[in-house]
Design a protein around this ligand. Sequence first.
Ligand code: AMP
Length: 583
Amino acid sequence: MEYRLLAEIFSKIESTTKRTAMTNFLSELLGKTPPDLIDKVVYLVQGKLYPDFLGIEIGMAEKLVIRAVSLATGLSAREIEEDLSRTGDIGDTAYEELRKAKPEIKEPLTVSDVYTALDRIAKTAGPGSIEVKINMLAQLIKRAIPLEAKYIARTVTKKLRLGVADMTILDALAIVYGGGRQSRPAVERAYNVTSDLGAVAQAIARGGVEAVKKFKVTVGKPIRPMLAERLRSPAEILAKTGGECVAEYKYDGERVQIHKQGNDVILFSRRIENITNQYPDVVQLVQNTITADSAIIEGEIVAFDPETNEMRPFQELMRRRRKYGIEEMVKEFPASIFYFDCVYESGRDLTGLSFPERRKVLERIVKRTDRARIVEHKIVRNVDEMEKFFEESVQSGTEGILCKSIGPESIYQAGSRGFLWIKFKREYRSEMTDTVDLVVVGAYYGRGKRAGVYGSLLMAVYSPDTDTFKTITRLGAGFTDKDLAELPKMLEPYKIEKRHPRVEAKEKPDVWFVPAVVLEVIGAEITLSPLHTTGFNIFRPDSGLAIRFPRFTGRYRLDKSPEDATTEREIIEMYESRLRKVA
Ligand code: AMP
């Protein structure tokens, strides 16, 4: 099969934005492609050589392509660069330059020629590899006609953007090899359980619909994730889920699909990239806490430190998205894993089982530890229960809750967004830019690294109206080891048996104090919470205000008396003034 045919169809596809026209062009192409080549053609249509999850990319810089075009045509790199600044597109420039160069009679390039050359370019690495890549590309371009050079140049620079969606390719496959649209669901399912369009194309081209129906969930091939819909109120959610559902904490971290076979573990991101190397600590957690020999499990990686019992914002986790210095990041931003689903276990595909059945498997194969947990969850049957659980969830540092159907229909719908999972997020929040001065009114004993010292402190604001101290947050972050060692001594004189009469609290700390010590604190935002008494019943019945992600700035405000602390009124004003609707 000649690459020219591919280039001509790419050109036709580019000339339209209509999905039906695109599907027709694609059908024409795939219909003419021999089955043993169809996987490669499908990847090339997407500007790739392999499915994404293998992480093999061509990715040459434009500068290098200019040098290759120069070598292939004998034109100066400078001239080519000038043309590029005019066209702004490396493909158009390659096309122009090849037209300018003396035309030769060329042996036609086949799809295999192009694929093999690109594959070698992609896999060439190490010292001196740049020159080798440039030479290989120059050889290829030398053999290409202008139209072919255009698409080769775009492919190697990852700029082939034909706009062909995965779903359009599935449509075309169903039409050409599946006998029509009725086979579309089977084709899509095969794709959803393997994330490999090339493999699906090859199977259907060789064996028709029967072949794709045999596709199974397999360890090592990522399954396309099930996604959640969104509703605005607990009442709507309950109406959709038939009056009862499981509500789970919606952790603010990175979704991960874990594939385990013996001791081998692969982690895939939500976008189906292999992220195993970024999370050696999570790999270890999985090895230590998943007892099944082979399994595919979903969870959320969270910047959560069990020693302080604190969830840090998603941004901290994102600092771990890097190639180098991973070990340091593991220490600086420790991660925990919260498992929430299991789609495969020891040879069994669980996607067709209901959520409660999958959940049972999950509970059976997870050995829980501080750092590896199953998500917090609860069956809820009415609005009150759901709201209460939601507030609890948000207060512990999450984004809200995910409500999941529990009826027999609640299968794992790979690759689809539906109402079997419904998210309910905080609607309002108010960002904090200023520090506040808060009074210590209680403390919780620490565990792990913090055994023997306080793990966190219960903090309050002052209300001059009632002359009381109202709680607003639990503070565990920002303390140095020295702070942690000194705090018990500093607070010892104020320790009391019971809650101080001037303290209004719903929380029950391990130790109470007379309000005396003031600390400077910065938080990320102020949210509604039923657990704290500041601003209680003002913005929502049975709810007060809380500071989310509080951190000690290092400043002991020994200069301040507790009555000089930030007041309840100031917090209410901060909340109101910065209140913004979150989409
Ligand atoms: P969103 O990204 O807003 O569409 O919300 C869905 C995402 O929430 C998922 O992709 C997960 O990354 C994340 N998530 C957090 N907690 C859970 C949970 N308990 N169940 C499912 N997904 C969760």
